[in-house]
Design a protein around this ligand. Structure first.
Ligand code: PMP
Length: 824
């Protein structure tokens, strides 16, 4: 880097050093205005964290030589894939403001996006830029005339593109500015807006009165009617909006969350980039901003599909420290760092930056494959046996043993054990009133009679019950019969594998379907921990797809699939609990099921359907995905834990997919059985006999077998909802932001609360109020669910439910009472 620092002190060596240097030059409230984000600044922080998480995969011996960071965007050559992001009032940190910035961008050969709220006139800025590209950031005012005038003035000054900001129906709640009651100094004014068009001294107040909160995509057409300049939209954060932007005919999209200054709690821009890139699919220019602080960050963004990045705050840092010179040095720093990282990764040009440059492109998979690098050698057994009992080191065990997913249930059990008098809405266990020890013997007897009626000799029956058995199970015909009777699912017994609970089925399916680190499992989120845990054990990356009130939304899922594909990964399967899901209680509509199957066909995706609560729920049920599946896209998991009893540990997988290879074809079930032979050898015959006997009591129908339990659980759900309606409402909780959903069956429902819940809050609830529940965050493979709790009502009697909800209401009242009222 050239050393041309004017102050005689060494130039800062990184964007972070520029930032600390700048802080000393800028008044505190102005610093807060520039640096601050909305709300708790979670999104602000997420932007930078996303880049910090990204890991590059250097390729060596590529013969690259010098890398060239130059690119062409909208017909112009840029010296590097960088431009200066639109930021209001550069004059806040340096009297030359945007003219100094423009001189520096000209020197660096990159564009400057000038804000509608620039502190210097467009004409002055254009003069300083000397023909170097200038773009205009456009805010749409309620009074469109103002916008029109701004655009015409910029166009006259020679600006080359319009960048419409679309994420600002009003300014985000920027707490630092609220606290500081931030006003612009009197000499800071928008140089390109005529006086009398508003009071600009409070940016947030101004945004509320002047900016048009009702924009829709037709505004793109309106801009086109005003000017022939290319139109870009800035502030797109989803594939859906990117697709709409492309359909509206934009020339470019800037993925941006306004530097974390608008919606707090939104995703990091880097995390949504591949989703947007997939939707754009090269049909317009794609830029991104937010949190870029190093050359490697730029490279990561390019790898995920961006054509270029916009630099924001670092430019103002340079400007604050050393005016034009400072900006020039910051830009040089980024160009140098980028060029260096391109060379070190074997990337000759920007066009060569592909997703394969990143170890985990895009949103970090929650479950990551084991590191390729071997851990430092640590003795497996720390101490030799001679010196005492062996001690194992945790870091030498598989990483899953340290995974919180595998710990959550232990914590719940521990809390339940410590507070035996608490009412617990935590366990998703069946009601024990249905269990009768004597019945077990009857079930086995009935199965033995069944075998003998079908011609089995006593010796054969003895072998069946006592010996190792066929890996795929001995009750497959009975299972196939019950699927036909209860679910209209017609599958051959050969496509069924009887497993030790659905849990083993999950493990087998994942082991069979996932081959390399690029194969990804998508899961509806929040999600049953059994599948996340199994993926963790097998080092299978998974990508959560957020569900809505009515379960998974196919557009969201499709965007996630596209994003995975764009990032060079292979979405193999999508796991979903379509009926009365654990944990949230949601049920997919018939239409959503059909859409899901169509989506699976479009993207060659398998669906893993897990539906343990369907037949223990009251009323008519939606058809299973498997019953609607005419293309064998659904692998169906069955569990008898709720419909018979969990102690039997019997489940099954329906895997009727053909597997073809060099040596002929087989069923996926055959392959699962091979794997099972090395996991549990076979499912215990005695347990299979008991479940078979239970099926035979009701002529093979689980629906008939579960008439009473389904009514019981339906009643428990109804009582829980009645108590919530009555007691929560009487306690005024809805007014305090407590809400709950209304599932139509299953064992669970979700209560949303206006505060974050974690293990400490749970402990307080158990200790001080005698009520236990599950933090919903346990079920989110990524972030999420912090303000939701899961209630399970299946295990409790009606009086226990009533008492439990009373305690829960008292607890939530205490938690939502402001400290001042509590003290009073
Ligand atoms: N899937 C879901 C969604 C569940 O909630 C449960 C049990 N809590 C299971 C599977 C477990 O099934 P099994 O007992 O057959 O392993």
């Amino acid at each position: 880097m050239k050393t041309r620092h004017p102050a005689g002190v060494p130039a800062p060596l990184s964007a972070d050093e520029w930032e600390s240097r700048a802080r000393a030059c800028v008044p505190a409230d102005v610093w807060d205005f520039i640096e601050g984000g909305a709300g708790e600044e979670r999104t602000l922080a997420a932007n930078r964290q996303a880049f910090t998480r990204a890991r590059l995969r250097p390729r060596v011996m590529t013969g690259t030589g010098e890398s060239d960071p130059a690119i062409n965007v909208l017909g112009r050559r840029w010296a590097a894939p960088l431009a200066v992001a639109p930021m209001a009032y550069h004059t806040l940190v340096h009297p030359d403001g945007e003219t100094a910035t423009a001189r520096a961008t000209r020197a660096a050969g990159v564009p400057l996006v000038v804000s509608t709220f620039a502190g210097r006139t467009f004409e002055d800025i254009a003069e300083a830029a000397e023909g170097s590209p200038l773009w205009l950031q456009v805010y749409c005012f309620r009074n469109r005339e103002i916008t029109r005038q701004v655009i015409e003035r910029a166009q006259r000054a020679g600006f080359e593109a319009l960048v419409l900001t679309v994420d600002t129906p009003r300014l985000g709640r920027r707490m630092r500015d609220v606290r500081n009651d931030f006003r612009l100094p009197s000499d800071i004014v928008p140089a390109n807006l005529s006086a009398g068009t508003g009071d600009y001294s409070s940016p947030s107040a101004h945004s509320r009165t002047e900016l048009d909160p009702r924009l829709d995509w037709s505004v793109v057409e309106w801009l086109r009617s005003l000017s022939t300049l290319p139109v870009l939209v800035k502030g797109v954060m989803t594939a859906e909006d990117a697709a709409l932007a492309v359909a509206a005919g934009v020339d470019g999209i800037v993925v941006s969350n306004h530097g974390g200054r608008q919606l707090d709690g939104g995703q990091a821009t880097l995390d949504v980039l591949s989703e947007v890139a997939a939707a754009v699919d090269g049909r317009c220019a794609l830029l991104v901003d937010g949190g870029v602080r190093r050359g490697t960050d730029v490279l990561a963004a390019l790898a995920l599909g961006a054509d270029a990045v916009l630099l924001g705050r670092p430019v103002l840092h340079g400007l604050a420290v050393a005016g034009e010179e400072g900006v020039a040095q910051v830009l040089d720093l980024f160009v140098d760092e980028l060029t260096e990282s391109m060379m070190l990764t074997g990337t000759p040009t920007v066009a060569d930056a592909h997703a394969s440059l990143l170890a985990h492109p895009g949103a970090e998979p929650v479950v990551t494959p084991a590191p390729a690098r071997m851990p430092a050698p640590v003795p497996l057994v720390e101490r030799p046996a001679a010196s005492g009992p062996a001690t194992l080191r945790r870091e030498r065990l598989h990483t899953s043993v340290c995974d919180p997913v595998l710990d959550t249930m232990n914590f719940l059990n521990e809390v339940t054990g410590r507070f035996p008098d608490a009412v617990s809405f935590a366990p998703g266990r069946p009601y024990e009133g249905f269990f009768d020890t004597e019945e077990l013997f009857g079930h086995i007897r009935r199965y033995v009679d069944h075998l003998s009626a079908r011609g089995a000799t006593p010796d054969h029956i003895r072998t069946t019950l006592f010996q190792y058995g066929p890996t795929a199970g001995v009750i497959r015909e009975l299972i196939a019969d019950s699927l036909r009777i209860d679910d209209s699912v017609d599958v051959a017994p050969e496509s069924i594998v009887v497993t030790v609970g659905a849990q083993e089925g999950m493990l087998l399916i994942l082991r069979a379907l996932f081959r390399d680190a690029r194969d990804v499992l998508l899961v509806a989120s929040p999600c049953y921990v059994g599948i996340t845990g199994a993926a963790r054990l097998l080092d299978i990356p998974l990508t959560p797809v957020e569900e809505g009130e009515h379960g998974i939304d196919c557009a969201t899922l499709e965007a996630a699939v596209l994003a995975e594909k764009a990032a060079g990964r292979h979405p193999r399967a999508f796991y979903v609990v379509p009926d009365h899901s654990n944990p949230s209680g949601t049920t997919m509509s018939r239409k959503a099921r059909e859409e899901l199957l169509a989506l699976a066909a479009r993207h060659d995706l398998l669906i893993v359907e897990d539906s343990p609560y369907r037949l223990v729920s009251p009323g008519r049920q939606e058809p299973t995905l498997k019953s609607l599946d005419h293309e064998r896209r659904v692998v169906h998991l069955g569990s008898y834990s709720k419909t018979v009893f969990p102690g039997a540990r019997i489940g099954f997988v329906v895997a009727d997919q053909q597997v073809v290879g060099e040596h002929g074809s087989s069923l996926l079930a055959d392959e699962l059985a091979k794997i099972k032979s090395m996991v549990t050898v076979n499912t215990p015959a005695l347990s299979q006999a008991v479940v078979a006997g239970a099926l035979l009591t009701s002529a093979g129908s689980l629906v008939a077998h579960n008439e009473v339990p389904a009514k019981h659980y339906g009643d428990a759900l109804r009582v829980t909802l009645e108590q919530l309606d009555r007691q929560f409402t009487a306690a005024g909780l809805p007014e305090r932001g407590v809400t709950w959903n209304r599932p139509s069956g299953g064992f669970f429902l979700a209560v949303r609360v206006p505060f974050d819940v974690d293990n400490d809050v749970l402990l307080r609830s158990a200790k001080e109020f005698g009520v236990i529940w599950t933090p919903m965050a346990y079920f989110y493979p990524g972030a999420g669910g912090e303000r939701t709790i899961r209630l399970s009502f299946s295990y409790l009697s009606h009086p226990e439910i009533e008492e439990g909800i009373r305690r829960l209401a008292a607890f939530l009242c205490a938690e939502t009472t402001p400290a001042t009222e509590r003290d009073a």
